[in-house]
Write a protein that binds this ligand. Sequence first.
Ligand code: HEC
Ligand code: HEC
Length: 466
Amino acid sequence: MLTIPAFRIARAGLCLLISPAFCTFSNAQVDFNRQVRPILAEYCFQCHGPDAEKRSADLRLDVEVEAKKSAIVAMAEDSELILRIQSTDSETVMPPTSTGKTLSVVQKEILRQWVQEGAKYSSHWAFQSIADSESLLNSLPAPEAAATPIDRFLLHKLQEAGLHYSKPVSRARFIRRATFDLTGLPPTWAEVEAFESDVAKGSDERLIDRLMESPRYGERWGRHWLDIARYADTHGGAAIGFTTFPFSFTYRDYVINAFNHDLPVDRFLLEQIAADQLELPENDPSLAALGFLTVGMQFRNSNDTIDDQIDVITRGLMGLTVTCARCHDHKFDPIPTADYYALYASIAPSKAPSQLPAIGAVSDENAHMQYEREFSELKLKYQQFALEQNEVLRNRLRMQVGLYLAEIAKGVGEQDLSTQFLSYRTDDVRPLVFNRWRTVTVHGSSRMHGADLPFRLASTASQSHW
Ligand code: HEC
Ligand code: HEC
């Protein structure tokens, strides 16, 4: 009698049930990072992932050796993992019914095929070292149609999919496509005509060189990096109406320039994360690179600002949501809270200066001098205003001592200062002032003034003394 392995029947049955696309590709090897990791991350890592605090059954499915201790036996149809995802018993099925999630037929089949093929793991691309392009290239066949090294990569992928290059397009169309691609703009009529009549050898290369030398090239391609850097000319979400982001354009221009001058990518990244540590001259235009860290969302507490900076570095460069580990070990990726706070500690000592450096050469000496003059006048006015207001506030607070002590007597706890930018009515208790009084009266303070002493004694006296 002819026996057909059970899994083949299952797959044949599946093809009737599910999309033809799956059937077409089901013979290719399952790709762990593209197909398996997303399923495990979405349905399993929450309880069998990197977060030790929330791990169930002492089982990690994100680490190959751990998973293969019990749950997965490579190539075994009766691996515990397979039995669990295929179980029809609500007590044993994974993910547990309590999660409200169920694996689809296709997802179960992907996991099954993966185990069948040996359950191979590979690490997230962000943790793999960058492949040496030379040896990568040499591993590819060198077909005759390959005019440039880039063609070898293209042809390799095309051949895999059974495709070929399309026929070359007309010269007019070629210049139009190339100009849009490299500068984001259409070519002028004169440029089209010039290109059409330039029939000498190397005209395509000359066209590409011309386009890449255009300042429009950096504007077009820098834009993509500015998206990653969550660049903005304005800041949304500001509570009291400051909407423009002064000088953020200096960062934008830095990025455009970097593209136009073909700055090596390692230098480009280094400057954006640490230009202040590179011992550059004090008006060096590269200092504007630090806008990468500072043009983000604006917060009134430094923890959120640092969080935003960790986020732009890690999500921007590694494609990882590291900031999830601010509150708990990452549920899906191997990032413990200890790593988050190590990053935090390396960023925390850096402060954005309240007055930004004037960068680059001064183009108009007179305008610059006038700016300096007006700036110092305004600074003086500001200082005087602050002094006056300070005096007004001090006088008022002196008259309100009773108000604060009464609050403390009621046992009101320490106040949250994150909203202290809000304005208060004259007779409101101000959190910052309240906390100071509280420090002095409840805990005592080494910097206590003589005048505080009676309050301190009064507050520690027992009720019977009154
Ligand atoms: C909400 C938490 C949760 C999720 C999500 C979850 N599990 Fe579990 N898993 C458990 C718990 C709790 C146990 C232990 C109780 C049991 O055996 O049923 C367990 C047990 C297991 C076991 C048996 C371990 C052993 O040593 O016997 C396997 C295998 C397993 N899970 C696989 C998975 C897979 C695969 C997924 C995702 C498709 C998944 N689990 C999703 C909570 C979860
Ligand atoms: C501001 C704090 C905070 C941040 C940031 C945060 N979480 Fe959480 N998250 C919690 C708390 C608190 C819990 C409940 C306790 C726990 O499961 O550790 C939780 C629970 C979870 C759970 C459910 C776990 C379970 O066992 O039910 C998942 C999944 C999760 N977080 C994923 C994420 C992801 C992904 C990110 C980043 C995109 C993230 N969290 C960022 C605070 C946070």
